[in-house]
Design a protein around this ligand. Structure first.
Ligand SMILES: [Zn+2]
Length: 284
């Protein structure tokens, strides 16, 4: 057989990749017996500036799920390219540099050349609900860790609601979700969009998915022109001219090595949480 993927014809699982799409049913069943855990990475295709691949959020979730699955020796569901956004509220619009009565959904700013693949909130909820039902009731996994790559408030609210729905009457809970690749210390601050952090993490996990030459070499980046936004602006503390703060500018603070360290720290945090809450008995 020709070596089409340059990996010596090794199966993904032989390279530590537990994507369920490549597993045989007996491998899935054996893993399920071991600890009952399955991971569900998800996030939409989304505009992330001209310099990042549109799959950014999903690719980060995918890489993080792959990392955790290798640790837990459990399958991860093939990444779902689903996610949702809502219209921006007047205060956020003003912070970004738009008029308060503009209609802007998520990061789909008028100057973007390609729209994001946002699902309506109710469609997103239905897809995730049905997937959880498949994993728990039909495939009979006992725990689902959702690896959510997309930070929209309404996406997080839907996941919170679904977790409550599926966990009602169960202790310990059966479903929880985490934000991938960002250690607690970063999430506690404000994470930007398509800024230095995400750019660094994306290149660390999927080399070649960042092309800084797509950005102007110099000059400030206005939010409304590129939809590259720093965390403080999302907290409604914009710069006076509604531009990206220098400290989060990917042109000057791009550092895949730093990105790799953040992802590894975040992975260790989640691994410890999952072991403590779900796997302590199984791993003894
Ligand atoms: Zn993102």
């Amino acid at each position: 057989m020709p070596d089409a993927n340059g990996t010596g014809n090794k199966r993904p699982i032989e390279q530590g990749d537990w994507n369920m799409a490549f597993l045989f049913p007996q491998e899935v069943a054996a893993a399920r017996e071991r600890n009952g855990l399955v991971l569900l990475p998800l996030a939409p295709l989304e505009w992330h500036g001209p310099h990042l691949a549109m799959g950014c959020d999903n690719l980060l979730a995918h890489a993080f799920a792959r990392r955790l699955a290798r640790e837990f020796q459990c399958p991860y569901f093939p990444p779902l390219f689903v996610g949702t956004e809502r219209e921006r509220n007047p205060n956020m619009l003003e912070s970004l540099g738009f008029s308060r009565d503009a209609f802007i959904e998520g990061m789909d700013f008028p100057k973007n050349s390609v729209a994001s693949a946002y699902f309506r909130e109710e469609v997103f909820a239905a897809v995730v609900r049905d997937t959880l039902h498949i994993l728990l009731a039909r495939m009979r996994f006992r725990r689902v860790l959702i690896v959510n790559g997309h930070g929209a408030e309404n996406q997080q609210a839907v996941l919170d609601r679904l977790c409550r729905e599926f966990n009602a009457g169960y202790a310990p809970r059966r479903v929880k979700w985490v934000y991938p690749g960002f250690p607690h210390s970063l999430v506690a601050g404000a994470i930007g969009h398509a800024a230095a952090e995400e750019s660094s993490m994306l290149e660390a996990t999927w080399p070649g998915s960042v092309d800084l030459s797509q950005l102007p070499a110099t000059g400030k980046l206005h939010n409304v022109d590129f939809a590259i936004v720093d965390g403080e602006t999302f907290d409604c503390v914009p710069t006076p001219d509604h531009t990206l703060r220098e400290a989060q500018d990917p042109r000057t603070h791009f550092d895949p090595h730093w990105g790799e360290q953040q992802i590894e720290q975040a992975a260790r945090e989640v691994i410890e949480e999952v072991k403590a809450e779900w796997l302590s008995a199984d791993l003894k």
